[in-house]
Design a protein around this ligand. Sequence first.
Ligand code: F0G
Length: 473
Amino acid sequence: MVEALASTALRCVECATLYPAVEFGQGSAQPLPRYRCACGGVLDVETQFTLPQAFQQEPSESQDALQALEVSGDLPPMAGAAWRQLFEERAEQPPIWAVGSDSMLLDSSGVWRYRELILSAPEHYIISRPEGNTGMYPVGRENCGPGRIGHRQLGLYAGLDRFFLKHEGENPSGSFKDRGMTVGVTMARMLGARAVACASTGNTSASLASYAAQAGMRAIVFLPAGNVAGGKLAQSLAYGATTVQIEGDFDDAMHLVEQVCNELGIYLLNSLNPFRVEGQKAIGFELLQQLDWQAPDWLVLPAGNLGNTSAIGKAFRQAYQLSLISHLPRIASIQAAGANPFYRSFLHGFASRETVHAQTLATAIKIGNPVSYTRARRVIEESDGIVEEVTDEEILAAKVMIDRAGIGCEPASAATLAGVRKLVARGVIKPDERVVGILTGNLLKDSKTGMPQEGSSIVVEPTVDAVRKVLHV
Ligand code: F0G
């Protein structure tokens, strides 16, 4: 395990101190996880990328290229072609599980397909459902075929010609969190952890509970009481996680879980854990591959704890450095107006870090003190990105559009469409720019907020006459 992580290190995003990926206590053979720098800053994984031998043009080349990357931040375009070929070949592999074999076909996971860019883990440690391979829907006025007028409504609503929605709610546990969790739980196994924990607004906990159950690990989740959508709470309980609801909000739960993990020796799997962020990068790699490595002009996503903004931004940065793409997409992070600390900081050029007491009906992003603030700030600055806010009314209106198009999503995800519409109306995003929006969670996660309630469906006698009457035909 130590050998596998030899070329991986953790760097503080505040003061740049470098730590080894694995540390041991004095005289102990048990690895000690590190989530923060001594200065309190969060950490970022740094690793060396090496193409598999068969894809290297000449044995020495990748080493030279890596050095060039360190020096100039650029790789020769040739290296990009080799990486693209590697990922294309893997994506073509049909997922087959031979009878009697428990070997995972990692190439069929939308995370482990990119493993050289994610985590160097011996195969037998890997816990995967497998995740990823989520749909990418062309919904723009021009890129949506005439037969799909329902989807095209979204392009009309946004005011965009070439618009894609990538639905991360199509992951195994119904949200994008599975991409980071497969890596987080794999790391927990590599470190020999017996229990894993997180604080959550509901999706991280559902994902953690699912992956921990697969690995046979104890899962403990801390949720803000009364502020988690029913579907998510049900998942945690059903997958067997010890589910602790705390009297407080997500920010309180986050503060508590960090203390609990440090004091009780439980492995922490919030996005404070830098390896989770590495897995979430796969959203970025997969969407680029789905676009045949033609980077979009904009990537738009909802923002709460800012792990996803950090991860997708990092994926684009690395894809650019590896010459997989020729330009960096601009990133737009969308916050709910009542839970907008990142937006407030952005408004004054990130001169200071703001916090708020969060209030929004999009409970997934009801977060007032985001953990990944510094990581995400770098992403917005280097991509010439933007942070926008949308009201709960705008979120609900956008959710109705996505639901009625037959795609569906949970409320927080609809912040993406609400944000795109607002940015197009403001002239920030141009109508002819290529835009990818991320939908982060499945419609079924929250069966209440912004949904038609059961009473609005029609009950009739089982006769054609009765049906004729209600249909007015
Ligand atoms: N959308 C959904 C559906 C989410 O569940 C979350 C975060 C976000 C967007 C925001 O992503 O935090 O990376 O900026 N949910 C976390 C959780 C906080 O506990 O499930 P972020």
